[in-house]
Design a protein around this ligand. Structure first.
Ligand code: NI
Length: 254
């Protein structure tokens, strides 16, 4: 299995990174994709990924929750890095819209999503999309970009939204949320082919049941995979096989 979204640069992992990585490898995790969230995360993300080449893969982007007064300057700095180092990155992410706590920079979030999606097209990279309480605006922006590759990370929306995303050619990132009691995601995946799903953790957040509230780990994707095996009435090995192939195709991993 491949963890398509984990913030392994988080200080919570730095005490024993080699031990942590060894444990994930021992339990079947083939690779982990590490998104950036702003300019200050660029160096920490690259630092952890350089320690485990071919296992940890870095992404770069400005997260909607990190958009404030200095957003233009942050975008300029990211653009400068892409101009010379786009090949060092597996994706543009995480980027998107988040209207949950604060809509002060709603317009700026939209412009930043447009700009960063343009870079994804320009450099032929997939996008890792974060969307919270902004589905309509988010899909309206993304649909402009024909042939865009990407994943709607930490998906927990409706069946209708899932279908619209998949129809746009994007993947749904499924993580710990699907193990939560009262989560409607099981029903909301009806009609969505397993071929459009990738696994993820959003570690250190979103740990699955029975580890809810703990620091998340990529190896615990098996709990989400287990729910998917019930939903799709297929052996868990098949869930691993298909979602791994999906992640490899989307992110062009060997
Ligand atoms: Ni994230």
């Amino acid at each position: 299995m491949i963890d398509t979204h984990a913030h392994i640069d988080d200080p919570q992992y730095l005490d024993d990174l080699p031990g942590f990585i060894a444990q994930q490898q021992a339990e079947g995790v083939e690779a982990i994709l590490v998104p950036g969230v702003d300019v200050s995360s660029i160096v920490p993300v690259m630092d952890v990924c350089r320690q485990f080449p071919g296992y940890l893969y870095p992404a770069i982007g400005l997260h909607p929750e990190n958009i404030s007064e200095d957003w233009m300057s942050q975008l300029e700095q990211i653009e400068d890095i892409l101009k010379t180092h786009a090949r060092d990155y597996i994706a543009i992410g995480e980027i998107g819209l988040d209207y949950h706590f604060d809509t002060t920079f709603k317009k700026e979030q939209q412009v930043a999503l447009h700009k960063q999606t343009e870079w994804a097209m320009q450099y032929d990279l997939p996008v890792m999309i974060h969307n919270r309480d902004a589905t309509e605006d988010c899909l309206n922006i993304l649909k402009v970009y024909r042939g865009l590759r990407g994943v709607m990370h930490c998906f927990s929306g409706s069946n209708e939204t899932a279908k619209r995303i998949v129809d746009m050619g994007l993947y749904l990132g499924i993580g710990g949320v699907i193990t939560f009691k009262n989560c409607k995601l099981r029903e909301n995946l009806v009609g969505i082919p397993l071929e459009r799903l990738v696994l993820e953790t959003d570690a250190p957040y979103m740990a699955p049941v029975p580890y809810r509230g703990k620091r998340n780990e990529s190896r615990w994707m098996r709990y989400a995979a287990s729910v998917l095996s019930e939903v799709y009435q297929t052996p868990i090995e098949h869930v691993y096989e298909v979602t791994t192939a999906n992640a490899k195709a989307l992110f062009r991993l060997k």
